[in-house]
Write a protein that binds this ligand. Sequence first.
Ligand code: GAL
Length: 682
Amino acid sequence: MQSIAPGIWQLTIGQPEEHTPTRHRAFAPSADAMSKLPTVDQAPFDLSQIKTKQTARGLLIEIPLEASDELYGLGLQLKSHRQTGKKKTLAVNSDPVADTGDSHAPVPVIMSTNGWGIFVDTLRNATFQCASNQKVSTDTAREQTDSDIAINTEDLYAQRALAQKTLVIEVPHVQGVDLMFIGGPDMVDAVKRYNLYSGGGCLPAIWGLGVWYRAFGRFTQEQVLDMAKHLRDRKMPCDVMGLEPGWQTKAYSCSYVWANERYPDPQQLIDDTKAMGYKLNLWEHAFTHPSSPIYDELKEHSGNYEVWKGLVPDFTVQKAFDIFSDYHDKNLVSKGITGFKLDECDSSDFVYSDWSFPLLSEFPSGMDGEQYHNLFGNKYMQCIDDTFRRHNLRTCSAVRNAHSLASPFAFVLYSDLYDHKDFVRGVVNMGFTGLLWTPEVRHATSPEDLVRRIQAAMLSPQALINAWYISNPPWKQIDRTLNNDGQMMDNWEELEAHCRSAFELRMQLVPYLYAAFADYQITGNPPFRALVMDWPADENTYDLDSQYMCGQDLLVAPMFAGETQREVYLPAGRWHDFYSGKVHEGEQTLTVSATLDEIPIFVKDGTLLPLAKPVQHIESDTVFELTPKCFGENCRDAKLYEDDGVSFDHQQGKFNIVTLTADGKLTREGDYGTVRYVMGDA
Ligand code: GAL
């Protein structure tokens, strides 16, 4: 076992494959930041504990666990939180309807409450038996615990205690693999270490932390502009306007050419929306239509199967990467497009046989379809991200597939699934393995459902209203079955006001969230975290899949439609109700109710929360007026991050760390010369 970075050890078993996540990594590890984490002297396991075996199926790895190990991670698992006792076969799937391991973003990384992690450096669909199965025992004295005859299915299938908890990993097809053992000492340190090894957490363009609105897919240029004006007229904060498939001449597959019949003057649209303070984001996917100007050039650098009659470019081939990036640069980014929605790169050939390339596809790089499925999202993000970097610009974009080592990408995952609880579970789970996810809002079944969904989206990485299939904002046309020619609900203003209040809460929190993302970049600490990550010794946190930490100090517990109250577990310490200020002692489960305008939020005692006066949108020179709110008697100073919000100049030291004290003083340290935060009058 070899130490490859501070606190990370690599074990090479057999002959690893040529194509792996680390070989195709986009970013170098943040070595300096890693050396600032607590020192770990020893790998979490030693060689003698790890059993490996080559079988006809592939490579088998067995790692003994402690009885107290509880496992989390494996990417964006929407159907379950704690992975102990589960068997997951990781596979990219756009329609992950069951708790099998299929995911938009399967990541072969697992984290334990005992403060270690394992990263399996493979692009194969590996299976993880997370203490799910018991091998035939050699222990004859094993207690007979299973003697009762079950008379209901719960008892029948209930998890029986295992004599030995083992993590069994099977990597198919391979003759070898690299395993990275990630030290803690605490669970959150292992997570930080993994994120820093990936290159650090992303720092999105600051406008990406505002509200997003994706307009109806059949809109024309004029209708998009009308919607942009409407949101401004109605004082609904919004930073990003997203265009859906209709902007292109061909969308399934894609031409990347403006459809002039709907968008006669795209530059005008870019300029008009920019003048109103919007950033324009374009939907696309990478399957390239024969009519696309890049089709011919891309052909020889693409896979041997079509998707929607389009090419699948092999982004690991530099030429394909450059053709795609150059075209986007010249025709879209240079013209003022600030981000993209990279759809369908998780496309599934399991659900709709022709919606993706099969696992047996062959790519010019030598990868097969299974490997390329796992890498596709990462490489696609890298291609687009690089295009912005040429202009020294950060983006904040969207993507539907990611894999390991993805934390430096400011791309947020999303899904066509729509179960609200699963969506919130995604926010809870994404942080274990360097992902960002949005519980986006589309239609709703009732005004209450809409408001509850919007509140959760506002307290997530991307505050997204994805109205791609409804022509009105959902607060005017809540139900997707209302006709799309403009039929609206009566009294929509009332519902709009509830949504506005959620949008404004988001805008109040932008400086706080930006600081949390800066922390993600500098220390690897995820901006949204499951409670178990911060309280791994507290068993009460192990199954909390509908409440999460947002930044260091806020505990968020979304409400769901139809529920007038919910349970919230408060871990050790003292907590303050965000709205009433009421104090609650920790280590107890509260039953809380919340009016429609409130999403339960609890603030750690001693927090100085830097609330901003809500702005309608964020420019790079926006100055936030702060009214700090102190929760408790002696509030800790709050730290904010100040830079231009859009470029990579902060990597050359052009940023300030701003300290805000409880008596309302702001002091700054650093090399950024412009002020972004001032004290408000209130
Ligand atoms: C889906 C995507 C939706 C929307 C739609 C447009 O694949 O998940 O959010 O963009 O395509 O056709």
